[in-house]
Design a protein around this ligand. Structure first.
Ligand code: KIV
Length: 283
């Protein structure tokens, strides 16, 4: 027998995570930025093979916790889910939403809470809602080491002042305000700007004028990237918005699987012999 030591095959270096500056550098690129939301380790790991960015969105308040809006979501919930996703992912940029009430008061409040998010989750960026009114805060955060994804158009945390989850920019009188919002947050240092539920021609115009990449959700195919809520595109939302394309019918898959399981248990077909444990074999 040879005693020669066989060197281990060179292991491939760990994949490098995509960074916020790399996303910003893709403004106007031919290759759209692909993003999805994620709240769990398993789905985050699956998505990490395919997407550039994973957003731990405060939409988890509605999707996972069954609230009627995102307002009840707490910083602790965002940190818990942010940590779960960031530790499951090796490639995509992980962004964590700042929940309502955790950043609007002052740039200092925003920095204090954003620093907690980055320290305690391992995510590399935060997202916050609001246009020109948040520019000072975005400038403050980005100059202090916190990459910020901005969010304009339909901003769900403002549902009570907007009066509902309505498409923005359908009336041309709103166009300049929304376009100025996108430009203000990009000039303040946001590495990209989510445009949510914005009339298509306006989203196209903003994408042409905004210096940072636009990430559309119910916006335009002309945006520099797209994002969807993962549960929506997997067919788990019983009332998806018009802008969602369902790539799977997980509601049907889950419903059929549970019905089959229940029928098997009732008919004593489950567990079958291959699902139970034998005694140890006697020597
Ligand atoms: O909370 C969220 O999931 C979001 C996306 C819809 C952009 O803000």
């Amino acid at each position: 027998m040879s005693t020669q030591h066989t060197p281990a095959p060179p292991s491939s270096p760990p994949p490098r995570r995509i960074t916020a500056p790399q996303i910003r550098a893709r403004k106007g690129s031919e290759q759209p930025i692909v993003a999805l939301t994620a709240y769990h380790a398993h789905t985050a790991r699956l998505a990490d093979n395919h997407v550039d960015m994973l957003l731990v969105g405060d939409s988890l308040g509605m999707v996972l916790y069954g609230h009627g809006s995102t307002l009840p979501v707490t910083l602790e919930q965002m940190i818990t889910h942010g940590r779960v996703v960031a530790s499951a992912v090796t490639r995509a940029l992980v962004v964590v939403d700042m929940p309502f009430g955790s950043y609007e008061e002052s740039p200092q409040q925003a920095f204090r809470n954003a620093a907690r998010v980055l320290k305690e989750t391992g995510a590399a960026a935060v997202k916050l809602e609001g246009g020109a009114r948040m520019a000072e805060t975005i400038h403050f955060l980005t100059r202090r080491g916190v990459p910020v994804m901005a969010h304009v158009g339909l901003t769900p945390q403002s549902v009570n002042t907007l009066g509902g989850f309505f498409v923005q920019g359908r009336d041309e009188a709103q166009w300049d305000i929304i376009e100025d919002d996108a430009r203000a947050v990009a000039e303040a240092g946001a590495f990209c700007v989510v445009l949510e539920a914005v009339a298509e021609p306006l989203a196209r115009r903003i994408t042409a004028s905004c210096p940072a990449p636009t990430i559309g959700i119910g916006a335009s195919a002309a945006c520099d990237g797209q994002i969807l809520v993962m549960e929506d595109m997997l067919g788990l939302n019983p009332n998806p918005p018009k802008f969602v394309k369902e790539y799977a019918d997980l509601t049907g898959v889950i419903d059929r699987a549970i019905a089959e399981y229940a029928a098997d248990v009732r008919a004593r077909r489950f567990p079958a012999p291959e699902h139970v444990y034998d005694m140890k074999k006697r020597q």
